[in-house]
Design a protein around this ligand. Sequence first.
Ligand SMILES: NC(=O)c1ccc[n+]([C@@H]2O[C@H](COP(=O)([O-])OP(=O)(O)OC[C@H]3O[C@@H](n4cnc5c(N)ncnc54)[C@H](OP(=O)(O)O)[C@@H]3O)[C@@H](O)[C@H]2O)c1
Length: 276
Amino acid sequence: MRILLLGASGFVGGGLWTALADRHEVVGTFATRRVPGLVPLDLRDERALALLAGEGGFDLVVHAAGLVPLEAAESDPVLAHALNVRPVEVLLDSLRGSAAKLLLLSSDNVFDGTRPRYTEDDPRSPVNVYGRTKAAAEDLLLADGTHLVVRIPLVFGRSPWADTFLARMAGPRTAAQTDLVCAPLYLPSLAPALTRLWDRTGVVHYGGREVVTRFELMSRVQRALGLPTRVVPVRDREIHPDCRRPPRLVLRSARHSLEGPDLDSALAHLAADATG
Ligand SMILES: NC(=O)c1ccc[n+]([C@@H]2O[C@H](COP(=O)([O-])OP(=O)(O)OC[C@H]3O[C@@H](n4cnc5c(N)ncnc54)[C@H](OP(=O)(O)O)[C@@H]3O)[C@@H](O)[C@H]2O)c1
């Protein structure tokens, strides 16, 4: 299969690149993090984006690029729209009439976090700018009927060139929220799941199996890797006063039975990966 992977230089995209490039012909893109083998692309260069996606002869376009830090989106909604919504419009236009499918990675932040769990048909009600841009991008894509939205939760694990999750553990201390509950997804499990889901259309959820607080997740990662970092319990408001985060985001699927691994298995794999 010939795949365009937008955002291959990122945390999630890097993990996907590592797994997919072995088995498929993958063209990956970067914007600011120059990675050998990836091609440069700014999503705001609409001509370049349309040309690459529309003329590249791809079977699948995996869209893992955009403005992801929630605070950055909150403080600049115009930029968030330009990076998270408008490129989807350009992509859909450029793929119209071709056989290529668009797979958009979306987020559990399209929900408000007031329900115990969310399946694909639950109503969305984002509470932050990031979530609103992801919902708007979903709407564009779903109006077409032939493409796929995969909503994923907080992702953890190692990534080849944007190792941003573990970077939080690099210092002597890291703050982690006791009042945010999630079902985090281990990054290496994502590519195999996508390959099993990418024939579908509409929305699918792919989440982690276990429900934990962010504090519990970070503490277990810290212990599994034997890191000296102290994980400090905080309330979300203490570290993110300017951006609301949904208090409980647990993605479940009513359309398939795939789930990420349990935390112990994921952490054993992560620890083995760290030692070589
Ligand atoms: N990480 C999570 O826990 C999580 C959870 C749910 C959903 N997601 C979704 O997964 C996707 C990837 O997230 P991530 O965590 O991997 O984010 P990330 O590490 O910040 O990666 C973002 C990617 O987008 C690219 N990008 C940013 N601005 C761009 C621009 N102007 N033009 C072209 N490319 C641009 C970045 O390129 P450079 O780095 O080269 O600048 C990078 O490749 C996003 O759609 C996000 O909504 C992530």
